[in-house]
Design a protein around this ligand. Structure first.
Ligand SMILES: Nc1ncnc2c1ncn2[C@@H]1O[C@H](COP(=O)(O)OP(=O)(O)OP(=O)(O)O)[C@@H](O)[C@H]1O
Ligand SMILES: [Mg+2]
Length: 187
């Protein structure tokens, strides 16, 4: 395929992914989605998602550690919760330069279960931190190039978690890394 056609193809793919995600977010926001209520073992579900990131970790030159403890059951939609973990891991690997580390933890919390994704990446400026959950928000212009994404991943994470009766938290230190936490109530 000629180079210019390849470029157009990539752009079309990017836009159609963005459109699909935007539609999905809209449906989540208006609660116009069907969310299954299965009794789930979050540590097992996390293990499955982790397998998909082993290659990415190797390609990125970023070490990937996991600490998956047994946790109480949660009610939830398997695919949706996989999407949550995937979006957080996508970001962690995307914003962590090679030589860094990403750590995924699942453990019990007073409310039920806490899932934490911690990286040693570029971090988020304090003034941006409250806004990262907003649709299309990207911490600065320079990042949108690294990112290549549409800025919808975290907005989707927040909606899905809130629909599950949970909440999200983020801490970050610029140049040092970021920690994202998802807290879900026990079933
Ligand atoms: N682990 C992280 N380290 C540093 N910055 C982050 C991290 N996760 C998110 N951010 C910042 O928050 C912004 C929003 O993240 P979000 O996942 O919503 O969008 P995106 O990754 O840019 O695009 P998309 O997820 O739609 O592909 C990012 O563009 C980035 O600036
Ligand atoms: Mg993202």
């Amino acid at each position: 395929m000629p180079r210019y056609l390849q470029g157009i193809k990539e752009e079309v793919e990017r836009l159609s992914k963005l459109t699909a995600e935007l539609l999905d977010l809209r449906r989540l926001e208006t609660r116009a989605v069907e969310i299954k209520r299965e009794k789930l073992h979050l540590q097992e579900l996390a293990e499955e998602v982790v397998r998909r990131y082993e290659n990415i970790s190797e390609l990125a030159g970023v070490e990937f550690y996991t600490e998956l403890e047994p946790v109480p059951f949660v009610w939830g939609d398997r695919l949706r919760l996989e999407q949550v973990i995937g979006n957080l891991l996508d970001n962690a690997f995307r914003f962590t330069p090679s030589g860094g580390q990403v750590r995924l933890k699942v453990g019990p919390s007073p409310e039920g279960v806490v899932l934490e994704v911690k990286d040693t990446g570029i971090g988020i400026p304090p003034q941006d931190l409250p806004h990262i959950w907003d649709r299309f928000y990207r911490a600065d212009k320079a990042r949108s190039r690294i990112s290549g994404g549409g800025g919808l991943g975290l907005a989707i994470v927040k909606q899905v978690v809130e629909i599950h009766g949970g909440r999200v938290e983020a801490d970050s230190e610029l140049g040092k890394g970021s920690t994202f936490r998802v807290i879900l109530p026990r079933a």
